[in-house]
Design a protein around this ligand. Structure first.
Ligand code: ADP
Ligand code: ZN
Length: 696
């Protein structure tokens, strides 16, 4: 590392400024771009990331760095560049980006390696010595004998367990100078107890071969590569292509990241990747969101040190500190869980594409139902398109049936949930011992409680949505803020005993289906019935092994799960957020969006202004709108400050300003500048969402 005289840092707190510090002689060899340091800041000290090494600094009264944290730079220059891009694009201070880029346990550097005591003989042990010791201290002699048989140092705890001897005996041997203790770092491996059966590449079918060839060619020409959209139905062999593409990257001395939606990060997924790369125990690092701090520390270092060459994880794994990155896979690229709904409000798929550009590596976006944006990019030639049209097992795609409930609801009770057609189709599957999935995009027993007399719905007092009835709790609850209310006997508004339940949820479907098909095994899977992780796995296992005939659930069950025996999927009360593999639809939707200047034709920025005080929220939003009108050139389409569709959320009144335009970087900067100049009242919060997913 070059000698550093001065450094420029970003402090871990949002101060919107980079600061210079002096590097003391003693530390100068250890500091570089990407290093983590402790620096004096105001009256205290703070942790910071080095973003530049300087020969001189214009700043006055520079203070010296206090310490360097960790041995090697934490962030590569490429990741720093990515951080700056995210900050500029998503209109978000770089300090906040750093918080997403580095896990807290690495940033704070408070958790270290787990240390364990290892023991080995102090020198050569001859049998005479053992015998001499045996007369005076038989237990120590026994331990020494056991030690003499060792070829490598052993964990002291393991040795004591094997010999049934105690710590005191060991300490006595050490005191005599016959044994040595040493502390060593051991890795906390959340998968240490699992065995992974090694698998090898499958023989690809012609479509798969074509797709893989596209990818390996890109790997050989990383400078000129474009993102590859891999479009193939579930079960068409996309994951097999990912595995072979990763193998190809490794063979070229490069590493790989695989992003999967959190919900698809199942034991089966982990097993598939760990199994394929089982030859190197540490090759695959898995970044679950529920790792302990210690495990997270170890997995991160495993990647950072280069021992792990493949990182799998949800959204934030796009920041995995792999060196020599060759490939990023984004599975189920259309999933909206890739969008982070707090600052920095980045979209992991888009960040993956940018990181791939910075690192000159290949990016594959895989999906059975590509997002409109990616589909558009593939048709305009910005992305390459590889298509898999068949399921590997050549079974037909499960039949999909959409039941329009606005019509069905008018009919009678049970019929209102299962149409005649769907009911017959389920009966047919039961007959043939095939399985059915029914899903609807809502949980709870009924949707809401309505008064049939006055028409009042029971709304959440904090949010502008109706409360949902949950039968197992016999309560009403709000899905947005968690507010719970008792079920009233009479309408609180008009006092009449005329309350009815409108709409329905998964619980109701489950009980209706069980009622219609009493012999079938019906299970429900949604966020309410699956609060425990084991329950989720257990249900999946039973379904996979055929113990369940009909699985009822919310969208949770539609995500990346592959069940060969499912031949019927019923979508009940299908709503617009469902991703249906229907390109007719795509064409129409694209035309509509082009006419309206919506993404992917224009970028959008959604500003939300909220406060518990309605008037202040409104006034602030209107003031901001006026400032933006002055600051933004005509080319940007600036909307009015309007109440958000979800006007009240968690007790806060919300106003929206929507801006659209093409030059997103410029727009982001102008918005940031306008915001920085405006003093908002203390109880008003303003958030900026670039490429928003939710317009609520
Ligand atoms: P997807 O990721 O598109 O859902 P998978 O890669 O999981 O598809 O493939 C579905 C199933 O087919 C898996 O069990 C997989 O092992 C198997 N499979 C994939 N490719 C092949 C192949 N070329 N030959 C045989 N079986 C394959
Ligand atoms: Zn609420």
């Amino acid at each position: 590392m070059a000698k550093a005289n001065y450094i420029r840092v970003i402090i871990d707190r949002a101060i919107y400024r980079e600061l210079d510090y002096l590097v003391p002689e003693a530390l100068s060899e250890r500091v570089g771009v990407g290093s983590r340091v402790r620096v004096p800041f105001r009256e205290k000290s703070a942790l910071a990331t080095v973003v530049a090494v300087l020969d001189h600094s214009e700043a006055k009264g520079l203070r010296p760095v206090e310490a360097v944290v960790g041995d090697a730079p934490t962030l590569s220059e490429e990741l720093l560049e990515l951080a700056r891009w995210i900050s500029a694009y998503y209109c978000c201070p770089i300090e906040a980006v750093m918080r997403s880029l580095l896990p807290q346990v690495i940033r704070r550097a408070e958790v270290g390696w787990k240390k364990q005591l290892f023991v080995q003989p102090a020198g050569k042990i001859d049998s005479e010595e053992v015998e001499k010791l045996r007369r005076r201290a038989p237990r120590q002699a026994e331990l020494l004998e056991a030690l003499s048989r060792l070829e490598t140092p052993i964990r002291a705890a393991d040795l004591l367990r094997q010999t049934s001897l105690d710590n005191q005996t060991l300490r006595a041997l050490v005191k005599r100078g016959l044994a040595e203790l040493r502390e060593e770092a051991v890795v906390r491996d959340p998968h240490a107890d699992e065995q992974f059966v090694a698998t090898s590449n499958l023989v690809l079918n012609p479509e798969q071969l074509l797709a893989l060839k596209e990818i390996t060619q890109a790997l050989d020409l990383p400078e000129s590569t474009r993102p590859i959209l891999l479009h193939g139905v579930t079960g068409s062999g996309k994951t097999e292509i990912y595995l072979q593409a990763i193998r190809a990257a490794l063979e070229r001395g490069r590493s790989a990241i695989v992003l999967v939606p959190e919900i698809s990060l199942t034991p089966q997924t982990v097993e598939r990747f760990k199994g394929r790369f089982a030859e190197a125990q540490d090759a695959v690092a898995v970044l679950h969101s529920h790792l302990s701090q210690g495990e997270r520390h170890d997995e991160w270092h495993k990647i950072h040190s280069g021992r792990a060459r493949i990182a799998i994880g949800p959204r934030s794994a796009v920041f995995a500190p792999l060196k020599n990155l060759g490939l990023i896979v984004v599975d189920e690229e259309h999933e909206n869980t890739y969008k982070q709904e707090e600052a920095p409000r980045y979209h992991a798929r888009d960040v993956a594409v940018v990181r791939a550009k910075i690192e000159k590596c290949v990016v594959i976006l895989g999906s059975a139902t590509p997002s409109l944006e990616s589909y558009h990019n593939a048709t305009t030639g910005k992305y390459r398109l590889a298509t898999l049209t068949q399921r590997i097992d050549e079974k037909q795609m499960p039949l999909m049936r959409i039941v329009d409930l606005r019509q069905e609801r008018r009919k009678e009770k049970a019929a209102a949930i299962l149409s005649e057609k769907l009911r017959a189709a389920i009966a047919d599957r039961l007959e043939k011992s095939e399985q059915t999935i029914l899903f609807l995009n809502r949980r709870g027993f009924s949707t809401s409680l309505l008064c049939s007399n006055c028409g009042e719905a029971r709304d959440c007092p904090n949010c502008s949505v109706a409360l949902t009835f949950h039968r197992h709790m016999a309560r009403l609850s709000c899905h947005l803020c968690g507010h719970i209310a008792a079920v009233p006997k009479k309408c609180p508004a008009c006092g009449k005993d005329a309350l009815i339940y409108a709409g329905f949820g998964t619980e109701k479907v489950e009980s209706t289906v069980s009622h219609i098909f009493p012999k079938a095994t019906v299970r429900r899977m949604d966020a309410d019935s699956m609060t425990r992780k084991e329950a989720y796995r257990e249900t999946l296992r039973s379904f996979r092994t055929g113990k369940i005939d009909i699985l009822v659930g919310t969208q949770m069950i539609a995500k990346g799960l592959h069940f060969p025996n499912v031949t019927l999927v019923g979508i009940i009360n299908a709503d617009l957020s469902l991703h249906l593999p229907d390109f007719g639809y795509f064409q129409q939707e694209l035309e509509f969006r082009e006419r309206c200047d919506f993404p992917p034709f224009k970028h959008a920025i959604l500003i939300t202004v909220r406060s518990a005080h309605e008037g202040r929220a409104k006034l602030s939003a209107e003031t901001l709108k006026r400032r933006l009108k002055e600051a933004l050139p005509e080319e940007f389409l600036l909307g009015d400050a309007t109440p958000a569709p979800l006007e009240k959320l968690q007790g806060q009144f919300r106003f929206h300003i929507l801006i659209r335009g093409e030059a997103i970087m410029r727009l982001s900067r102008l918005v940031r500048e306008a915001l920085d100049k405006l003093p908002f009242p203390e109880d008003v919060t303003v958030t900026v969402d670039v490429d928003p997913y939710q317009l609520l």
